[in-house]
Write a protein that binds this ligand. Structure first.
Ligand code: MG
Length: 341
């Protein structure tokens, strides 16, 4: 019953969705004409709690996360990425390379090639790409992670498109004794090849405990911290935690969020979704929404019957897919319209 209630709410209020943000026009226009998103914003940097572009202006990158590469690998191709840029107005795409469960640990070269296909497409298309070590036990896979990020940073570290996400969602492990040392080791590997690109570090409890980083940041340049939420499960106490961190100068990057419950499935709570989207816009945060796949679950943007890799019409999108595409187009179109390519 509850599900149908929220579907009704959606139908009634869909034209109002995300309508009450305080930051509807965050784009700062300049006279310069850029060809692509990455040419416009250039090398990203951390400045206090903000992520800023090459001119020092706070930037909000909005886009989509792909699904786990070992299960959603068919979408790891240039055709899909181009559609996500041109039709969905994604400024950023996240390649979520699965590690366990038949992922990189078992098939390293196969999964690496999928990620490189996405990276190459994003460089060609001039959008940002998050290279995500999509793991819940990365501290147990330190050598594999070092090898992977050494390879990626050596090959792609000169491209401003690349954002390294070195640990998707740690479980309930210590920031001080597990996550911080893991992150420092990976950061050292990346920095030997790439002195400057943004690195996003995972935080404990599924990348929720950003408050634990307060007064305990990693001593390195251009480091941000992951904050994840699922708006139908997570409510004000989690938002308070993020606001506390931001207000204490912690730069957070929402590398993954969903409008479903935390399982990836369940209801879409439209009231909570609006509150979370206001949060994202008010703090001008960068984010990727979970996810581009046709799995039969709420957070999947494509319907299970949709087998196409691009050119999806409205009837081939799930409820969450329609909502997030509308959101991206509404928020990002002006940015793309100013580009020459
Ligand atoms: Mg670099």
């Amino acid at each position: 019953m509850r599900k149908y209630f929220f579907i009704s709410i959606f139908i009634i209020s869909s034209h109002l969705i995300f309508g009450c943000s305080k930051n509807d026009n965050p784009v700062q226009t300049t006279n310069e004409q850029s060809e692509t998103i990455v040419e416009k914003y250039g090398a990203l940097k951390v400045n206090g709690s903000q992520i800023v572009d090459k001119n020092g202006n706070s930037v909000s990158l909005r886009g989509m996360s792909l699904f786990w590469s070992q299960w959603g690998g068919n979408y790891y191709n240039a055709e899909t990425i181009e559609w996500l840029r041109d039709d969905w107005k994604c400024a950023i795409v996240r390649a979520a390379m699965g590690i366990e469960n038949g992922g990189y640990l078992e098939n390293p070269s196969y999964e690496l090639e999928k990620v490189k296909t996405v990276i190459d497409a994003c460089i060609e298309l001039g959008i940002y790409v998050i290279v995500d070590w999509h793991d819940h036990h990365a501290e147990d896979h330190l050598e594999e992670a070092k090898s992977f990020f050494n390879s990626i940073s050596a090959e792609y570290g000169s491209h401003p498109n690349i954002i390294y996400e070195i640990y998707n969602e740690p479980l309930n492990v210590s920031w001080n004794s597990v996550l911080k040392p893991y992150s420092e080791e990976i950061i050292n590997v990346i920095r030997a090849n790439d002195p400057d690109n943004l690195i996003v570090v995972g935080t404990s409890n599924w990348s929720q405990d950003v408050d634990l980083v307060i007064n305990n940041k990693i001593d390195s340049e251009n480091i941000a911290y992951s904050f994840h939420f699922y708006s139908s499960t997570h409510k004000k106490d989690l938002m308070d935690k993020a606001e506390k961190a931001i207000n204490a100068g912690i730069p957070i990057f929402v590398t993954e969020w969903g409008m479903s419950e935390a399982t990836g499935n369940g209801i879409i709570d439209m009231v909570a979704l609006n509150e979370w989207s206001d949060f994202l816009e008010n703090y001008n945060l960068s984010w990727c929404n979970w996810s581009i796949t046709n799995k039969d679950e709420t957070s999947a943007a494509l319907l299970p019957s949709n087998q196409k890799l691009s050119e999806w019409n409205e009837n081939e999108l799930s409820e969450s897919g329609k909502i997030i595409r509308d959101y991206l187009i509404r928020k990002n179109s002006q940015i793309f319209d100013e580009l020459t390519k």
